[in-house]
Ligand binder design. Structure first.
Ligand code: TMP
Length: 228
C-alpha cells in the first residue's frame, strides 16, 4: 500500500504521517516512511539545492525537472522495492505536490507536468492520497510560530499558497477515489481519530489491534465535547 501525505505548509502532515506509521507498526505492518523531494542520498542532495535561498532566479522549469529527477531516483531505488517486499510506504509529498506547487504556485502548464509524470512514473500512482486542508492563513501562522528559518518555498507569499491549495483541491476533485480530504484546521486528536478510522477501513484485519485505540480516542473526544 502506497499512501501519500499532501497539503500546504503548516497543516501537520509530517506529524500525522509519523503517527500513522507508528499505529501501523503497532498492528504488525512493516512500514517505510519517506519524503519528497528527498528519500534517497541523491534525492536529499537535490532537496538541499531546491530549498536553498539563492541570488539567481530559479526558472520554474529547472525546479520542475529537479523535482522529477529526485522522484525518479526515489521511485526506482526506494519506493518500488519496498512495495515489492510487501511493505507499506508512507510518503510525505509526491507527484500531487508538483501539480500544486509548480503547476498552481509557479504557473507551469499542467500538460507539461503530465508529460513528465508519464515519462518518470508511467501509470504508477499512490493507492491513497491524504490531502490535509486548512485555510492558508492557518497553515502559514503555524509555520511562523515554529520560528525556524524559512526555506525558499516557505518564504513565498500568501497568494502563492492560495494557488497551491486550490491546485491541490482541483487534483482531489479530478480523482476523488484516490484522495481523502482531511480537515486539518481541527485539533491533532480529532485528525488522528479520523486517520485511525481510515486505517481500519483500509485493512479490516488490523481491527483487533487498533479498535481499542480508536474507541478510547472517540470516548475521550466525546467527553471533552460534553465538558465544553
Ligand atoms: P516539505 O515542506 O514537505 O518539507 O517540502 C519541501 C518543499 O518542497 C515544500 O515547500 C513543497 C515543495 N515541493 C514542490 O514544490 N514540489 C514537489 O513536487 C514536492 C514534492 C515538494
Amino acid at each position: 500500500m502506497f499512501i501519500t501525505f499532501e497539503g500546504i505548509e503548516g497543516v501537520g502532515k509530517t506529524t500525522h504521517l509519523k503517527w500513522m506509521a507508528e499505529q501501523l507498526e503497532h498492528a504488525g505492518i512493516s512500514v517505510l516512511t519517506t519524503r519528497e523531494p528527498g528519500g534517497t542520498p541523491m534525492g536529499e542532495e537535490i532537496r538541499d539545492i531546491l530549498l536553498a535561498h539563492r541570488h539567481e532566479r530559479v526558472a520554474p522549469l529547472t525546479e520542475l525537472l529537479l523535482m522529477f529527477a529526485a522522484r525518479a531516483q526515489h521511485v526506482d531505488t526506494v519506493i518500488r522495492p519496498a512495495l515489492e517486499q510487501g511493505r507499506w510506504v508512507l510518503c510525505d509529498r509526491f507527484v500531487d505536490a508538483t501539480y500544486a506547487y509548480q503547476g498552481g504556485g509557479r504557473g507551469v502548464e499542467t500538460d507539461l507536468i503530465a508529460k513528465l509524470e508519464k515519462l518518470v512514473l508511467g501509470d504508477f500512482k499512490p493507492d491513497l492520497t491524504l490531502l490535509f486542508d486548512a485555510p492558508t492563513a492557518v497553515g502559514l501562522s503555524r509555520i511562523k510560530k515554529r520560528g525556524d528559518v524559512q526555506d525558499r518555498f516557505e518564504q513565498e507569499k500568501l497568494d502563492f499558497f492560495e494557488r497551491v491549495r486550490l491546485a491541490y483541491k482541483a487534483r482531489a476533485d479530478q480523482d476523488p477515489v484516490r484522495h481523502k480530504i482531511i480537515d486539518a484546521s481541527k485539533t491533532i486528536d480529532e485528525v488522528q481519530t479520523v486517520l485511525l478510522a481510515l486505517t481500519l477501513s483500509l485493512t479490516p484485519s488490523l481491527t483487533p489491534s487498533l479498535t481499542p485505540t480508536l474507541s478510547q480516542r472517540e470516548r475521550e473526544l466525546k467527553k471533552r465535547g460534553e465538558g465544553e
